[in-house]
Design a protein around this ligand. Structure first.
Ligand code: NAI
Ligand code: MG
Length: 489
């Protein structure tokens, strides 16, 4: 057999310096514009080598109570009644500060979360800033966004976010909330609190009024305290379907507004007329981007039978060129798995795939000894009933299945409890539209994958959740409406 990758091709390491980031030994909670000493703490680490980075607060009920009181105070004391054009100025400032400090944030994001620096630098940071710019633009135009509906702020929003895009999910949550005149209590995920804590310094620089944004760190117990708090008017959650369901049960009948952005098991569908090399790039980006820790990851690849063999050959060849390693190295394509728990989950599901009879392929690659790592993986010979075709793995693991006709592609793609995203690869515009109409997914990408833009709404069907983030749609969950008399208004 010929070698897949020529040997002797080596890269010199190109590490990004971490000197730009100053990490404190210990962090408290950011409440009412000040640092509140944390009564209990835990250690946050770097998944690339398990280095302890800082002690971080484990938010208690009392901490959450204080944060909600600060948010309520700021809401009542001017933020909600400030003219939209004034609120916008703060969002613009935050956006510009994120741009100015983007290298610092990117290094910290990669260090604490494990994602490659080229992704945090080129995707997470630019998009986080773009969300603040975008929603700054809406702050004084809410009346035009919803004509005759008299939009007004809701009150205090409790926001709980995951670890896969820590700063970006913070931006998705905070930007529309404060643009609409609400105040916020946000809890970052327990494994990735550091960029949210650095963001508090941006709030200070932007001179955002105290209490408009409060950050309380901690695990699910802290999250639950926010959800249950009776003075919180709205909950926005991104995370597992399991916790999403529990939150929905908890809030039933409470009158609190809720949006849920949960898991996914997206179909990436390649027709025989697609540009195969381009499709391979989209498949790789779809599932290996951010180690596959992506709710909309293209984790199920459906290939039309007639191009199955050439496509899988090209894919395996491309896989062998992916560089797995230090997240801070600018050459790295696939970084560290976010946590020991997530690595364990990936291993368990991959083992189930092998047991159930799928064929596994992993390119030759040496994984670092310390830290949490998993090689990019492709499964072929996958039946729809296998767990690797059904369950969200949230790791760099692709399951390849086949189809013959467009109808069969639709049926198989929709055969999942989820419905967050999908990809379609074909030369035919009419087929793209035909597919997009039938796929039960909040986002359908055509001849591309994992494209994000603040102007475009994102969200799910079925067990992927409800409510939209991004775009004009993303304002709606943060507003109450007084429907006015026809033409009176
Ligand atoms: P998780 O849903 O437990 O964590 C997400 C956030 O919710 C974190 O901030 C966590 O502290 C908080 N949380 C946990 N329990 C809570 C509760 N009872 N009340 C309120 N907040 C709570 O997700 P986890 O355990 O980190 O990951 C498990 C799986 O979930 C992953 O393997 C992946 O399949 C999926 N997941 C999906 C995400 C997405 O973007 N849709 C993000 C993270 C995980
Ligand atoms: Mg959990």
């Amino acid at each position: 057999m010929t070698e897949i990758v020529p040997t002797g091709w080596t890269y010199a390491s190109a590490p990004e310096s971490r000197e730009i980031v100053r990490i404190a030994d210990r962090y408290g909670h950011f409440v009412g514009g000040e640092w509140l000493e944390a009564a209990e703490t835990y250690e946050t680490i770097a998944p690339r080598d398990e280095e302890v980075l800082a002690a971080v607060g484990q938010g208690t009920q009392a901490d959450v109570d204080r944060a909600v009181a600060a948010a309520r105070g700021a809401y009542a004391d001017g933020w909600s009644s400030l003219p939209g054009s004034e609120r916008a100025k703060y969002l613009f400032r935050i956006a510009r500060l994120l741009q100015e400090r983007s290298r610092e944030f990117a290094v910290l994001e990669s260090l604490n979360g494990g994602k490659p620096i080229k992704e945090s630098r080129d995707v997470d940071l630019p998009l986080a800033a773009a969300h603040f710019f975008y929603y700054a633009g809406w702050a004084d135009k809410l009346e035009y966004a919803f004509p005759n509906r008299r939009p007004k702020a809701i009150g205090v929003a409790g926001q709980i976010i995951p670890w896969n895009f820590p700063l970006l999910m913070l931006a998705w949550k905070i930007a529309p909330a404060i643009a609409c005149g609400n105040t916020v209590v946000l809890k970052p995920a327990e494994t990735t609190p550091l960029t949210a804590l650095l963001f508090c310094d941006v709030l200070r620089q932007a001179e955002l009024p105290a209490g408009v944004v409060n950050i309380v760190t901690g695990d699910g117990r802290t999250g639950a305290a926010i959800v249950e708090h009776e003075d919180v008017d709205k909950i926005a959650f991104t995370g597992s379907t399991e916790v999403g369901k529990a939150i929905q049960r908890e809030l039933a009948g409470s009158g609190k507004k809720l949006t849920l952005e949960l898991g996914g098991k997206a179909a990436n569908i390649v027709f025989d007329d697609a540009a195969l090399d381009q499709a391979v790039e989209g498949i790789v980006n779809g599932i290996y981007f951010n180690q596959g820790h992506v709710c909309c990851a293209g984790s199920r690849l459906f290939v039309q039978e007639s191009v199955y063999e050439p496509l899988v050959a090209k894919l395996k060849r491309r896989l062998a060129t992916l560089r797995v390693g230090d997240p801070l190295d600018k050459n790295t394509d696939v970084g560290a798995i976010n946590s020991a728990a997530q690595l364990e989950k990936i291993r368990e599901l991959v083992a189930s795939g092998e047991e159930e009879g799928a064929e596994i392929y992993q390119p030759p690659c040496t994984l670092p000894e310390q830290g949490y790592w998993f090689a990019p993986t492709v499964f072929t010979n996958v039946a729809q009933s296998y767990r690797i075709a059904q369950e969200e793995i949230f790791g760099p693991v692709l399951s390849v299945l086949t189809f013959r006709t467009p109808d069969e592609a639709v049926e198989k793609a929709n055969n999942t409890p989820y419905g967050l995203s999908a990809g379609v690869w074909t030369e035919k515009g009419s087929r793209i539209l035909w597919m997009a109409q039938r796929l039960r997914a909040g986002v359908v990408w055509a001849n591309t994958y994992n494209r994000f833009d603040p102007t475009s709404p994102f969200g799910g069907y079925k067990e992927s959740g409800f409510g939209r983030e991004g775009g004009r749609h993303g304002l709606e969950p943060y507003l109450d409406f007084e429907e006015s008399e026809a033409f009176g208004g």
